[in-house]
Ligand binder design. Structure first.
Ligand SMILES: [Zn+2]
Length: 193
């Protein structure tokens, strides 16, 4: 999947999993979104990937997915106080890889990718329907979706920047990921923490 899909799915996971895992929604959402920064590995061999390549064959943090997953699990054994949050991070990591596998399966078909993103938006709307800050969340989700896709779409479809010819596209994606986390932090950090 691309950035917007990964981020929306991460927030969906955090909303669904935070209660069973007994961790706060906010820290889990931040951690789950930050997991998607593993896509920064695309900056190393950007010239191998036109944007629809198989990340598991091309990029270091995807090639080594099993080791990374194992390392996170082992961390949970060592850092017992953080165990539940670390399990949440493990889920988010597997979600990221799972969505990349799904992307490969459909060859990053744009209609499928956008359809998945819209599905995430709908699920998020439902999950947050009783939240007292729902309007703020809704505006955040839709803005995230529109802005990430508008910026990356402008670079690739209007300016015709090829991801395998310039690092700029993958770099923009990583920077957008960081900005989204920062904005989420500012907007939704619980007051009493
Ligand atoms: Zn990825």
């Amino acid at each position: 999947m691309y950035l917007a899909g990964h981020l929306l799915a991460s927030i969906t996971l955090a909303k669904i999993a935070h209660k069973p895992l007994k961790v706060g929604f906010f820290p889990l959402a931040i951690a789950a979104m930050a997991v998607n920064l593993i896509d920064a590995d695309h900056l190393v061999y950007y010239y191998r990937d036109s944007g629809v390549g198989n990340s598991f064959l091309l990029h270091p943090l995807h090639q080594t997915w099993a080791f990374l997953g194992l390392a996170v699990c082992m961390l949970a054994l060592v850092l017992k106080t953080w165990q539940n949050l670390i399990f949440g991070i493990f889920f988010a990591l597997m979600l990221h890889y799972g969505l990349d596998l799904l992307g490969n399966l459909v060859n990053y078909n744009l209609e499928f990718v956008l359809g998945f993103e819209v599905l995430c938006l709908v699920v998020l709307m439902l999950l947050f329907r009783n939240d007292e800050q729902r309007l703020k969340y809704y505006i955040f989700f839709v803005s995230l979706w529109l802005i990430c896709n508008a910026v990356l779409g402008f670079q690739t479809m209007i300016l015709h920047w090829q991801p395998n010819e310039t690092r700029a596209v993958y770099l923009t994606s990583v920077i957008l990921n960081v900005i989204v986390i920062a904005i989420f932090w500012i907007l939704f950090k619980p007051k009493n923490e």
